[in-house]
Design a protein around this ligand. Sequence first.
Ligand SMILES: [Fe+2]
Length: 368
Amino acid sequence: MVDEDLKIDAKKLASWLSKKEPVTILDVRPKEEREEWSIPGSIHADVYQKIKAGENNVFSDYKLPDGPVVTVCGAGKTSMIAAEQLRRKGFEAYSLQGGMKAWNFVWNIAEISFGDFKIIQVRRSAKGCLSYIVGSNNEAVVIDASLDPAVYQNLAKENGWKIRYVMDTHIHADYISRTRELSKASGAVHVMIDKANVDYTFSPVKDGDVVLFGKAPLEVIHTPGHTWESTSYKIKDLVVFTGDTLFIDGVGRPDLKANNDEAVKKSEQLYKSLSRLLQLGTSTLVLPAHTSDAVPFDGKLLTSSIGAIKENLQLLKLSKTEFVQYTVSRIPPAPPNYLTIAGLNKKGSYKGYSPYDLEAGANRCAIA
Ligand SMILES: [Fe+2]
């Protein structure tokens, strides 16, 4: 029989972390799974095999800090056994309900304000997916929505904004885009680059077009390479939303759904697109669609300037030939379920599928 008192839900653990309450998070998954994705600040207990083998005192020699301990595994079953064993040792132990699969939907925000507009970076902590709601006067745009529409609608409401436009920087392959759903829920216009090969209708824009919301102009920059339709959006020379084309510490992978010849062509395009982005002002802030590490609950905006990225990212100093060789030879393993996810995003509907299962696992969009 399961003791319900042993469980803590992902939302509650996230609120503890946001409030900096003392908690020890004990990750009981095998090391390889933890290396894929984890909760910021968690520590590893290498007990998975022992628990699976039926050992009933796996923490006999463990010393843990005072205060609550939350055990974590993939889906919340092994962590229950671990929490029970810790309770027997006298700890205030809890098991994270639903494990990492539930933690996948936990998010936090960071903000930055400019004269005419304010940006809220909405971060899915586990996968490092970054989406944005940008408001000016009483209007807003949402870029790369990756969470339930209500998340963005509530943020808009809190700030007195009406969501006018929604858009993706590209057809994502590592999470299900919620942009179309948000468009339907909010009545916002779904904008996309005219070259996008999707099965639904949208309001097409092309390179150089400007989408005006409030007092802020959002300019479209077509930056193919990571995917053919990849698009960046900039506001004046202040910020540029780069999707998976340029990250703070890497560049997008040019290979998914491509054979080697196509990966080379995409890499050549990526080089061109990056050269174009690097010509923006050195102080322009880059706001990407992903970060490679779990996002802490610290409210710090994940960004860097074009100047700093140019300085620090060695692969941006390579010639075109070297860049293509480098990126094509350093491609990471494909993200889990990427063909299914990209297919659903092309279709614009994930009816019959569960993001809970499909989106589990780290994002693998970058090459550094
Ligand atoms: Fe991507």
